[in-house]
Design a protein around this ligand. Structure first.
Ligand SMILES: [Mn+2]
Length: 348
Protein backbone atom coordinates (compact mmCIF):
# COMPACT_ATOMS: atom_id res chain seq x y z
CA UNK A 1 0.00 0.00 0.00
CA UNK A 2 1.36 3.38 -0.97
CA UNK A 3 1.69 6.17 1.54
CA UNK A 4 -0.44 9.11 0.68
CA UNK A 5 1.34 11.82 2.59
CA UNK A 6 0.48 14.30 -0.15
CA UNK A 7 -3.14 14.28 0.98
CA UNK A 8 -4.37 16.90 3.41
CA UNK A 9 -4.93 15.77 6.98
CA UNK A 10 -8.23 13.89 7.27
CA UNK A 11 -8.90 15.92 10.41
CA UNK A 12 -9.47 19.03 8.33
CA UNK A 13 -12.96 20.49 8.44
CA UNK A 14 -14.09 21.90 5.08
CA UNK A 15 -15.70 24.81 6.96
CA UNK A 16 -13.72 28.01 6.52
CA UNK A 17 -12.03 29.21 9.72
CA UNK A 18 -13.71 32.61 9.35
CA UNK A 19 -17.08 30.85 9.43
CA UNK A 20 -16.07 28.88 12.53
CA UNK A 21 -14.96 32.16 14.13
CA UNK A 22 -18.30 33.81 13.36
CA UNK A 23 -20.10 30.97 15.16
CA UNK A 24 -17.72 31.25 18.13
CA UNK A 25 -18.35 34.99 18.30
CA UNK A 26 -22.11 34.41 18.30
CA UNK A 27 -21.60 32.23 21.39
CA UNK A 28 -19.25 34.75 23.01
CA UNK A 29 -21.86 37.50 22.56
CA UNK A 30 -24.66 35.41 24.12
CA UNK A 31 -25.48 34.76 27.77
CA UNK A 32 -28.70 32.70 27.62
CA UNK A 33 -28.69 29.96 25.00
CA UNK A 34 -31.48 27.65 23.86
CA UNK A 35 -30.16 24.45 22.24
CA UNK A 36 -32.43 22.14 20.29
CA UNK A 37 -32.66 19.53 17.55
CA UNK A 38 -35.21 17.61 15.49
CA UNK A 39 -38.23 15.62 16.64
CA UNK A 40 -37.87 11.80 16.68
CA UNK A 41 -34.37 12.51 18.00
CA UNK A 42 -31.64 10.00 17.18
CA UNK A 43 -28.19 9.52 18.69
CA UNK A 44 -26.67 12.35 16.65
CA UNK A 45 -29.41 14.79 17.66
CA UNK A 46 -29.24 13.91 21.36
CA UNK A 47 -25.46 13.57 21.47
CA UNK A 48 -25.13 17.00 19.85
CA UNK A 49 -27.60 18.59 22.27
CA UNK A 50 -25.84 17.12 25.32
CA UNK A 51 -22.36 18.06 24.04
CA UNK A 52 -23.48 21.64 23.39
CA UNK A 53 -25.07 21.86 26.85
CA UNK A 54 -21.85 20.71 28.53
CA UNK A 55 -19.46 22.85 26.51
CA UNK A 56 -21.57 26.03 26.67
CA UNK A 57 -22.14 25.72 30.41
CA UNK A 58 -18.40 25.32 30.94
CA UNK A 59 -18.10 28.68 29.16
CA UNK A 60 -20.39 30.18 31.83
CA UNK A 61 -23.53 30.35 29.67
CA UNK A 62 -27.02 29.77 30.95
CA UNK A 63 -28.26 26.89 28.76
CA UNK A 64 -31.61 25.23 28.21
CA UNK A 65 -31.04 22.19 25.98
CA UNK A 66 -33.95 20.02 24.88
CA UNK A 67 -35.73 18.42 21.94
CA UNK A 68 -39.33 18.73 20.71
CA UNK A 69 -40.08 15.11 21.58
CA UNK A 70 -39.58 12.34 24.14
CA UNK A 71 -36.07 10.90 24.45
CA UNK A 72 -35.89 7.17 23.52
CA UNK A 73 -34.83 5.10 26.53
CA UNK A 74 -31.69 3.78 24.85
CA UNK A 75 -30.17 7.29 24.92
CA UNK A 76 -31.14 8.26 28.46
CA UNK A 77 -27.67 7.27 29.77
CA UNK A 78 -26.26 10.30 27.94
CA UNK A 79 -27.86 12.66 30.42
CA UNK A 80 -28.54 10.70 33.60
CA UNK A 81 -28.03 13.58 36.02
CA UNK A 82 -30.20 15.99 34.09
CA UNK A 83 -32.53 14.34 31.56
CA UNK A 84 -33.05 16.14 28.24
CA UNK A 85 -36.42 17.93 28.47
CA UNK A 86 -39.29 17.68 25.98
CA UNK A 87 -39.29 21.34 24.94
CA UNK A 88 -42.88 21.48 23.79
CA UNK A 89 -43.88 20.81 27.42
CA UNK A 90 -41.37 23.39 28.66
CA UNK A 91 -42.41 26.54 26.82
CA UNK A 92 -42.68 28.38 30.16
CA UNK A 93 -39.01 27.57 30.83
CA UNK A 94 -38.03 28.84 27.38
CA UNK A 95 -39.96 32.05 27.95
CA UNK A 96 -38.35 32.48 31.36
CA UNK A 97 -34.91 31.99 29.79
CA UNK A 98 -35.46 34.68 27.16
CA UNK A 99 -32.69 33.25 25.01
CA UNK A 100 -30.34 35.63 23.23
CA UNK A 101 -29.06 32.80 20.99
CA UNK A 102 -30.79 29.70 19.62
CA UNK A 103 -28.58 26.85 18.44
CA UNK A 104 -30.24 24.21 16.25
CA UNK A 105 -28.22 21.02 15.78
CA UNK A 106 -28.58 18.12 13.33
CA UNK A 107 -31.35 19.65 11.26
CA UNK A 108 -32.07 22.79 9.31
CA UNK A 109 -35.46 21.70 8.01
CA UNK A 110 -38.65 23.31 9.32
CA UNK A 111 -40.53 20.02 8.93
CA UNK A 112 -38.10 18.34 11.36
CA UNK A 113 -38.68 21.08 13.94
CA UNK A 114 -42.43 21.20 13.49
CA UNK A 115 -43.56 20.84 17.13
CA UNK A 116 -41.38 23.78 18.17
CA UNK A 117 -41.23 25.77 14.92
CA UNK A 118 -44.06 28.22 15.83
CA UNK A 119 -41.98 29.25 18.86
CA UNK A 120 -38.63 29.35 17.03
CA UNK A 121 -40.15 31.41 14.23
CA UNK A 122 -41.25 34.19 16.59
CA UNK A 123 -38.22 34.06 18.89
CA UNK A 124 -36.20 37.26 18.27
CA UNK A 125 -32.83 35.70 19.23
CA UNK A 126 -30.37 35.07 16.38
CA UNK A 127 -30.13 31.49 15.19
CA UNK A 128 -27.02 29.37 14.73
CA UNK A 129 -27.35 26.12 12.80
CA UNK A 130 -24.92 23.20 13.05
CA UNK A 131 -25.93 20.52 10.55
CA UNK A 132 -24.90 18.00 7.92
CA UNK A 133 -28.21 17.31 6.13
CA UNK A 134 -29.02 18.36 2.57
CA UNK A 135 -32.54 19.67 3.28
CA UNK A 136 -32.04 23.24 4.35
CA UNK A 137 -34.88 25.76 4.73
CA UNK A 138 -34.42 27.36 8.18
CA UNK A 139 -32.84 30.81 7.91
CA UNK A 140 -30.03 31.55 10.37
CA UNK A 141 -27.67 34.38 11.31
CA UNK A 142 -24.75 31.93 11.27
CA UNK A 143 -24.35 28.34 10.20
CA UNK A 144 -21.84 25.55 10.46
CA UNK A 145 -23.07 23.49 7.58
CA UNK A 146 -21.04 20.52 6.36
CA UNK A 147 -22.76 17.90 4.18
CA UNK A 148 -19.46 15.97 3.93
CA UNK A 149 -19.54 15.21 7.66
CA UNK A 150 -20.97 11.82 8.64
CA UNK A 151 -22.54 13.31 11.78
CA UNK A 152 -23.35 16.66 13.33
CA UNK A 153 -21.24 15.50 16.29
CA UNK A 154 -18.21 15.63 13.99
CA UNK A 155 -18.98 19.21 12.90
CA UNK A 156 -19.30 20.16 16.58
CA UNK A 157 -16.03 18.49 17.56
CA UNK A 158 -14.16 20.39 14.82
CA UNK A 159 -15.76 23.64 15.98
CA UNK A 160 -15.00 23.07 19.68
CA UNK A 161 -11.36 22.25 18.87
CA UNK A 162 -11.02 25.29 16.60
CA UNK A 163 -12.53 27.52 19.30
CA UNK A 164 -10.23 26.02 21.96
CA UNK A 165 -13.15 25.25 24.29
CA UNK A 166 -12.96 22.64 27.01
CA UNK A 167 -14.56 19.27 26.15
CA UNK A 168 -15.40 17.48 29.41
CA UNK A 169 -15.91 13.68 29.62
CA UNK A 170 -19.71 13.95 29.29
CA UNK A 171 -19.37 16.11 26.17
CA UNK A 172 -16.74 13.79 24.66
CA UNK A 173 -18.96 10.76 25.26
CA UNK A 174 -21.95 12.54 23.73
CA UNK A 175 -19.94 13.50 20.62
CA UNK A 176 -18.74 9.91 20.24
CA UNK A 177 -22.33 8.61 20.50
CA UNK A 178 -23.45 11.17 17.90
CA UNK A 179 -20.75 10.00 15.47
CA UNK A 180 -21.07 6.28 16.22
CA UNK A 181 -24.87 6.10 15.88
CA UNK A 182 -25.10 8.16 12.67
CA UNK A 183 -22.56 5.85 11.00
CA UNK A 184 -24.08 2.58 12.28
CA UNK A 185 -21.14 2.17 14.65
CA UNK A 186 -18.64 3.31 11.97
CA UNK A 187 -19.88 0.84 9.33
CA UNK A 188 -21.63 3.07 6.75
CA UNK A 189 -19.84 4.81 3.89
CA UNK A 190 -20.18 8.06 5.89
CA UNK A 191 -17.54 6.67 8.28
CA UNK A 192 -14.54 8.07 6.42
CA UNK A 193 -10.95 8.67 7.54
CA UNK A 194 -11.92 12.02 9.09
CA UNK A 195 -14.58 10.27 11.18
CA UNK A 196 -12.20 7.53 12.35
CA UNK A 197 -9.56 10.09 13.24
CA UNK A 198 -12.09 12.08 15.25
CA UNK A 199 -13.24 8.91 17.05
CA UNK A 200 -9.61 8.06 17.81
CA UNK A 201 -9.04 11.54 19.18
CA UNK A 202 -12.05 11.26 21.50
CA UNK A 203 -10.73 7.92 22.80
CA UNK A 204 -7.10 8.95 23.03
CA UNK A 205 -7.29 12.53 24.28
CA UNK A 206 -10.70 12.72 25.93
CA UNK A 207 -10.96 9.29 27.56
CA UNK A 208 -14.02 7.94 25.76
CA UNK A 209 -14.57 4.19 26.29
CA UNK A 210 -16.17 2.74 23.12
CA UNK A 211 -16.76 -0.66 24.70
CA UNK A 212 -18.97 0.78 27.45
CA UNK A 213 -20.89 2.89 24.93
CA UNK A 214 -21.40 -0.08 22.60
CA UNK A 215 -22.92 -2.03 25.48
CA UNK A 216 -25.25 0.86 26.38
CA UNK A 217 -26.38 1.33 22.79
CA UNK A 218 -26.45 -2.12 21.24
CA UNK A 219 -26.35 -4.77 23.97
CA UNK A 220 -29.20 -3.43 26.01
CA UNK A 221 -32.33 -4.87 24.42
CA UNK A 222 -35.30 -6.54 26.07
CA UNK A 223 -36.11 -10.28 25.91
CA UNK A 224 -39.37 -9.23 24.26
CA UNK A 225 -37.46 -7.68 21.37
CA UNK A 226 -35.37 -10.84 20.96
CA UNK A 227 -38.60 -12.87 20.71
CA UNK A 228 -39.99 -10.42 18.15
CA UNK A 229 -36.77 -10.75 16.13
CA UNK A 230 -37.22 -14.54 16.16
CA UNK A 231 -40.81 -14.21 14.93
CA UNK A 232 -39.77 -11.73 12.23
CA UNK A 233 -36.97 -13.98 10.96
CA UNK A 234 -39.28 -16.99 10.81
CA UNK A 235 -41.49 -14.94 8.46
CA UNK A 236 -38.56 -14.53 6.03
CA UNK A 237 -39.50 -15.02 2.37
CA UNK A 238 -36.98 -14.89 -0.46
CA UNK A 239 -37.86 -13.60 -3.94
CA UNK A 240 -36.21 -12.59 -7.22
CA UNK A 241 -33.49 -15.26 -7.11
CA UNK A 242 -32.77 -14.59 -3.43
CA UNK A 243 -32.06 -10.91 -4.15
CA UNK A 244 -35.14 -9.71 -2.26
CA UNK A 245 -35.79 -10.59 1.38
CA UNK A 246 -39.28 -9.92 2.70
CA UNK A 247 -40.22 -10.03 6.40
CA UNK A 248 -43.46 -9.19 8.10
CA UNK A 249 -44.37 -8.41 11.70
CA UNK A 250 -48.05 -8.93 12.49
CA UNK A 251 -50.08 -7.57 15.38
CA UNK A 252 -50.23 -11.13 16.69
CA UNK A 253 -46.38 -11.22 16.88
CA UNK A 254 -46.37 -8.10 19.03
CA UNK A 255 -48.93 -9.61 21.37
CA UNK A 256 -47.10 -12.94 21.60
CA UNK A 257 -43.63 -11.43 22.13
CA UNK A 258 -44.74 -8.58 24.37
CA UNK A 259 -42.47 -6.20 22.40
CA UNK A 260 -43.35 -2.54 21.79
CA UNK A 261 -43.64 -0.90 18.37
CA UNK A 262 -40.54 1.26 18.93
CA UNK A 263 -38.47 -1.90 19.44
CA UNK A 264 -38.64 -2.64 15.70
CA UNK A 265 -35.82 -0.11 15.09
CA UNK A 266 -32.90 -1.78 13.23
CA UNK A 267 -34.73 -5.12 12.77
CA UNK A 268 -34.71 -4.54 9.00
CA UNK A 269 -30.93 -4.78 8.95
CA UNK A 270 -30.96 -8.49 9.90
CA UNK A 271 -31.95 -9.92 6.47
CA UNK A 272 -29.37 -7.57 4.86
CA UNK A 273 -26.71 -9.95 6.21
CA UNK A 274 -27.70 -12.51 3.57
CA UNK A 275 -25.06 -12.44 0.83
CA UNK A 276 -27.38 -12.59 -2.17
CA UNK A 277 -29.79 -9.98 -0.81
CA UNK A 278 -29.82 -6.60 -2.57
CA UNK A 279 -33.08 -5.27 -1.13
CA UNK A 280 -34.94 -6.01 2.10
CA UNK A 281 -38.58 -5.17 2.72
CA UNK A 282 -40.06 -5.15 6.21
CA UNK A 283 -43.81 -4.79 6.65
CA UNK A 284 -45.11 -3.96 10.10
CA UNK A 285 -48.80 -4.24 10.87
CA UNK A 286 -49.87 -1.29 13.04
CA UNK A 287 -52.60 -1.46 15.71
CA UNK A 288 -55.14 0.07 13.27
CA UNK A 289 -54.32 -2.49 10.53
CA UNK A 290 -52.34 -0.04 8.40
CA UNK A 291 -48.90 -1.16 7.26
CA UNK A 292 -45.57 0.52 7.88
CA UNK A 293 -43.33 -0.43 4.98
CA UNK A 294 -39.53 -0.09 5.20
CA UNK A 295 -37.08 -0.80 2.38
CA UNK A 296 -33.30 -1.04 2.41
CA UNK A 297 -30.95 -1.35 -0.55
CA UNK A 298 -27.33 -2.49 -0.64
CA UNK A 299 -26.48 -1.14 -4.09
CA UNK A 300 -27.85 0.98 -6.92
CA UNK A 301 -31.51 0.07 -6.45
CA UNK A 302 -33.29 3.30 -5.48
CA UNK A 303 -35.76 2.25 -2.80
CA UNK A 304 -36.97 5.85 -2.30
CA UNK A 305 -38.32 5.76 -5.86
CA UNK A 306 -40.24 2.59 -4.93
CA UNK A 307 -41.68 3.95 -1.67
CA UNK A 308 -42.70 7.13 -3.54
CA UNK A 309 -45.21 5.02 -5.46
CA UNK A 310 -46.69 4.06 -2.06
CA UNK A 311 -46.90 7.70 -0.93
CA UNK A 312 -43.69 7.57 1.13
CA UNK A 313 -40.12 8.74 0.69
CA UNK A 314 -36.61 8.64 2.09
CA UNK A 315 -33.10 8.10 0.82
CA UNK A 316 -31.80 5.97 -2.06
CA UNK A 317 -30.74 3.14 0.27
CA UNK A 318 -33.29 3.56 3.09
CA UNK A 319 -36.91 4.55 2.59
CA UNK A 320 -40.38 3.94 3.95
CA UNK A 321 -44.12 4.46 3.51
CA UNK A 322 -47.43 3.79 5.24
CA UNK A 323 -50.09 1.94 3.33
CA UNK A 324 -53.77 1.34 4.17
CA UNK A 325 -53.07 -2.44 4.19
CA UNK A 326 -54.05 -5.17 4.58
CA UNK A 327 -50.60 -6.65 5.05
CA UNK A 328 -50.86 -9.38 2.40
CA UNK A 329 -52.01 -6.87 -0.25
CA UNK A 330 -49.13 -4.48 0.43
CA UNK A 331 -46.70 -7.41 0.50
CA UNK A 332 -47.76 -8.63 -2.96
CA UNK A 333 -47.48 -5.07 -4.35
CA UNK A 334 -44.03 -4.55 -2.84
CA UNK A 335 -42.71 -7.89 -4.11
CA UNK A 336 -43.91 -7.01 -7.64
CA UNK A 337 -42.46 -3.48 -7.54
CA UNK A 338 -39.04 -4.47 -6.14
CA UNK A 339 -38.73 -7.54 -8.37
CA UNK A 340 -39.26 -5.43 -11.47
CA UNK A 341 -36.54 -2.97 -10.31
CA UNK A 342 -34.13 -5.84 -9.60
CA UNK A 343 -34.83 -7.33 -13.03
CA UNK A 344 -34.33 -3.95 -14.72
CA UNK A 345 -31.01 -3.41 -12.88
CA UNK A 346 -29.16 -6.74 -12.73
CA UNK A 347 -25.79 -6.99 -10.99
CA UNK A 348 -23.08 -6.78 -13.64
MN1 LIG B 1 -27.16 13.41 11.94
Amino acid sequence: MSRRSDLPSPRTSPIDSAVLDRASHAVAAATRILVTSHWRPDGDALGSVVALREVLRALGKEVLAGVPDDVPGRYSFLAQDEPIPHLVRQTARIEALQPDLVIIADTSAKAQLEPIWPFLQTCPAPRLIVDHHVTHDVPAAAELYDTTAGATGLVLLDWFLAAGWDINPAAAQALFVAMATDTGWFRFSSADARMYHAAGLLIDRFGVSPDALYQHLYMNESPQRARLLGAMLSSLDMHADNQLAVCAITREMFTRSGAQYWETEDLINEPMRIGTVRVTALLIEEPDGKVRLSLRSKDSIDVAAITNTFGGGGHQRAAGARTPGPLETTKAQVIAAVTSELTAHPVL
